[in-house]
Design a binder for this molecule. Structure first.
Ligand code: NDP
Length: 419
């Protein structure tokens, strides 16, 4: 029996909230708060009479610590689930510390304004020291470790699918299949087709920033960076088929590299069709992916935010998307002196997600683990003071809940490897 404050009411939040309502024993009360309160009200109304969970709604600007503190003091939740944007991670963590509540999110911090000189100074230093240039990284949130520890509070970071489930797949493999892991290839395949020439499956601004950045991977204790989309492989995904995939920087590599120093190489690949890449390159070449504001007819406009306004809302893709996702980890290492490789993965069907919750599979595969991570913190199973990613806890209860709440997984013990 606990009360959860959910911040944000977009595609991922909608799934996480509906899944919390399927688990009313843990989530007896929810308060849905977002910038646009009408979205929270609409979802609360849709769920009325269909769940034992009591639901209330509120308006909040999560960029303001003062507004968040006022809201948290009024609501008095047991934990806060941040499914707004990565831009709000630090303000929400600050407010949780001030009010003494646990914090959970699905994506690590990145700033909205990448031209901010104070942030840029830290960023440039990090590029030199660490060797990767993505805008997002864990250093900002890991810096809260001592504060959460001293306060006796838990911050669980990145409990979506990737990061989130993929990191749990690695800790599960280490616990049950390997004495030593040597390499991990995280593969994210979306075999879905929404029928648009170009659309993104989650928040366009965050998605396009991520995929247009240089790729990088972890090898022998250091980062190696490559030009965006310059490493391509083909993989035959169970239940989806052959797809081209490209090496990207991704946040779980950073956490796994730190927490599993034995792993010699960690890479992340995502599938893209040619049409997506052609559109993205064109938009980038004309400056539409820029985060720097420009003057247009006396108004300041951020090109990537304007582009977001033109693109389909990812939450609206549900009814039109057909096909499946296959996301998982190809893991190689040694067990009892013998070499072995396994592929742990989940296959998720876009239309099945739509029938169950009115959402496409990308929001579904993120929202379900957001609920699971939150439930484990609230139930005390994954509760310890400090700031943690999902690879730092016992994976078994999380893996059980994936099976229970709609993301069943498979372990293939003789998969194809990625060269
Ligand atoms: P959406 O854009 O659909 O939703 C974001 C929500 O946050 C909207 O309701 C928005 O409000 C709200 N919001 C934005 N700014 C504020 C603010 N200042 N104050 C209050 N509310 C605000 O995004 P998604 O649902 O697609 O993504 C949600 C999160 O999930 C993101 O952090 C994303 O990076 C992460 N993610 C993680 C994945 C994983 O596997 N780990 C995969 C996919 C996404 P409004 O309606 O007013 O715009």
């Amino acid at each position: 029996m606990s009360k959860l404050l959910v911040i944000g009411c977009g595609g991922v939040a909608s799934v996480a909230i509906q899944k919390c309502c399927q688990n009313s024993e843990t989530f007896s009360e929810l308060v849905l708060a977002s910038r646009t309160k009408s979205k929270c009200d609409a979802l609360a109304q849709q769920l009325e009479g269909k769940t034992k969970t009591k639901i209330a709604t509120a308006q909040v600007d999560a960029d303001s610590v003062d507004e968040l503190v006022e809201l948290i003091r009024r609501v008095r939740p047991d934990a806060v689930l941040n499914v707004a944007l990565p831009y709000q991670d630090l303000t929400i963590m600050d407010a949780c510390l001030e009010c003494g509540v646990d914090y959970i999110d699905t994506a690590n911090y990145e700033p909205e304004d990448t031209d901010d000189p104070a942030w840029r100074a830290v960023y440039e230093k990090r590029i030199k020291e660490e060797g990767f240039s993505a805008y997002f990284d864990y250093s900002w949130q890991w810096a809260y470790q001592k504060k959460f520890e001293d306060a006796g509070l838990t911050a669980l970071l990145g409990t979506g699918f990737d990061p989130g489930v993929t990191s749990v797949f690695v800790s599960y493999a280490k616990k049950h299949y390997f004495d030593r892991i040597d390499t991990v290839d995280i593969l994210d395949c979306n075999g879905g087709d929404h029928g648009y020439a170009f659309a993104t499956n989650f928040n366009p601004e965050i998605n396009l920033r991520e995929v247009s950045a240089p790729g990088s991977y972890w090898e022998d204790g250091r980062w190696l960076e490559i030009p965006a989309m310059s490493v391509k492989r083909e993989y035959d995904f169970p239940e989806v088929g052959k797809k081209d995939m490209y090496l990207l920087h991704h946040e779980e590599i950073e956490a796994l590299g730190k927490h599993y120093p034995e792993i010699r190489r960690i890479r992340f690949f995502m599938t893209f069709g040619q049409s997506y890449l052609t559109h993205m390159n064109c938009l980038e070449n004309v400056g539409m992916l820029s985060t720097t504001p420009i003057d247009f007819n006396g108004q300041k406009i951020v090109p990537i935010q304007f582009l977001k306004a033109l693109l389909p809302d990812p939450a609206s893709l549900g009814p039109r998307t057909v096909g499946k996702t296959n996301i998982g980890c190809v893991i190689s290492g040694e067990k009892d002196g013998k070499r072995k490789t396994i592929f742990i993965y989940n296959v998720c069907d876009h239309q099945a997600c739509y029938r169950e919750l009115g959402s496409q599979a990308i929001s579904y595969t993120t929202g379900v683990p957001a609920m699971i991570g939150t439930a484990l913190v609230l139930n005390g199973v994954w509760k310890k003071p400090g700031v943690f990613t999902t690879d730092e806890f016992d994976p078994d209860p999380y893996m059980d809940m994936l099976n229970q709440y709609g993301l069943p997984w498979v372990v293939d013990e003789s998969p194809a490897v990625v060269d």
